[in-house]
Design a protein around this ligand. Sequence first.
Ligand code: ZN
Length: 276
Amino acid sequence: MHGTNQMQGFANSLFTGFARQSGKVVMKKINVTIWNEFRHEKENDVVKALYPDGLHAQIAKMIGCDDFNITLAALDDPQHGLSDEVLNSTDVLIWWAHMAHWEVSDEIAEKVKQRVYMGMGLICLHSAHYSKVFQKVVGTTGNLLWGAEVKEVVWNINPTHPIAKDIPSHFVLDADEIYAEPFQLPEPDEIVFLGWYETGYLFRSGCCWRRGYGKVFYFQPGHETCPIYYNETVTKVISNAIRWAAPAEAGYKLQEGSPCIGGDFVPSEELDFFKK
Ligand code: ZN
């Protein structure tokens, strides 16, 4: 359970996509935290050569722009790099993990889920389909069929979706790990990409959900031994997903996650009840 103060902290730190300056509405920067397990890069020479500073640092380099304030965080950092201060100021959290999902503390995974419910965006990449945060937030195992590294064609099947902005009808990855159906997911609200592998397998590669006030995107490309996060189309999708998942401004006050009911439309004799 979270105390009132913490929940108010969540509410106060969200829905801040716009700010008023001298009467003009201006876009605020999006606070993006890129979380990486950061173990393969230390233990596997191929991955170390590909991502010497960690694949989270490479993603940061590719998506870096004036709109984003980027923070890096890793499993072995104190509190996994996700102190309340960091989490409460994160608008969109990106998650990459594979070999140590169970080392993520239940407490922090739960805090991430609560933050998503209160409006923080969550983008789970590749093997994060098995992460505690993904399973908790979407509510299923994320089981799938997987296999060798082969050529993949990623099809853009939802070209007017904000995550597909400026993405061509399809793009080719010379090699990525086969992730294939059946993918055990709750039915996505929207599917943006479908993956086809040269061996014939198919996969829902880009899926969207809403959970509470938050938006969630799962994106399949990103096996650690393939140079996927050097691909400009892949990282363009991630940038688009950040803008799509950033918290939107609520049209009314929230109080511990619930709409704050009150105002002229409530009969005055009922207001006393709501004031309690
Ligand atoms: Zn993989």
